[in-house]
Design a protein around this ligand. Structure first.
Ligand code: SAM
Length: 225
């Protein structure tokens, strides 16, 4: 039986070897990744490998991202604790928990009701009360609650979704999003200054597709359970 102490040690090794040694420097991000129990967001059969350097399957054909990618995307948002954040692609809820640690308020949208429900339970059990999970097509954003100081898209888009771009805070709002084909993308950091959007692109990544009106076309309908 693997206990709390075992997972704490795994987490410490993950932060040192996968994050600090690879130049993740934001201490708030490192602290958050030391605190959040990643193993509680994945199927129990995968818990022994929860802290390995790779994405893992979480059901509905979807994945929880590799810890390094979670840390990199979180670091790029440069959160200070006062922000309102929109996340597209709740998945397991692990990245959502990291955002809850780093920002004031997190709104997360997931397309599969089943994943949204499981993520909601995991977050509630851990006591996060600054999060709201919605089921729907996140490529359209959530105009009623805009603008957002930060937007994180954890699924690959063919291009920058127009509604998300317009829902960024005009005073330096930031968005991290993988953009490219279904098989290969680059992680882009978009910063909005009024009617100007600056785009930096750095890291090659491979995410599952953002499926929706401003994403890729679907091949299968979402499974509702
Ligand atoms: N960050 C998540 C985590 O920590 O587990 C992993 C997210 S997974 C790589 C991408 C998620 O985006 C999947 O759960 C997928 O169902 C979801 N997704 C894809 N298209 C979406 C859309 N249009 N709206 C909302 N969620 C979407």
């Amino acid at each position: 039986m693997l206990d709390k102490l075992y997972f704490k040690k795994q987490r410490e090794a993950m932060v040192k070897q996968q994050l600090v040694d690879r130049h993740i420097t934001d201490t708030r991000v490192l602290q958050a990744m030391l605190r959040v129990p990643r193993h509680l967001f994945i199927p129990s059969s995968l818990r022994p490998i929860a802290y390995t350097d790779r994405p893992l399957m979480i059901g509905n054909g979807q994945t929880i991202s590799q810890p390094y990618v979670v840390a990199t995307m979180s670091q790029w948002l440069a959160l200070q604790g006062t922000e309102s954040v929109l996340e597209i692609g709740t998945g397991s809820g692990y990245q959502t928990a990291i955002l809850c640690e780093l920002a004031k308020r997190v709104i997360s949208i997931e397309r599969f009701a089943d994943l949204a429900r499981k993520a909601g339970h995991a977050l509630e059990r851990l006591g996060y009360d600054n999060v709201e999970i919605h089921v729907g097509d996140g490529s359209q954003g959530l105009s009623d609650m805009a603008p957002f100081d930060a937007i994180m898209v954890t699924a690959a888009a063919p291009a920058l979704p127009e509604p998300l771009r317009l829902q960024m805070n005009p005073n330096g709002g930031r968005m991290v999003i993988p953009i490219g084909t279904r098989n290969n993308q680059r992680l882009e950091l978009v910063t909005r200054f009024g009617a100007r959007w600056a785009i930096d692109s750095h890291l090659g990544v491979r995410f599952v597709p953002l499926v929706g009106q401003h994403g890729f076309a679907d091949t299968l309908p979402p499974v509702e359970t």
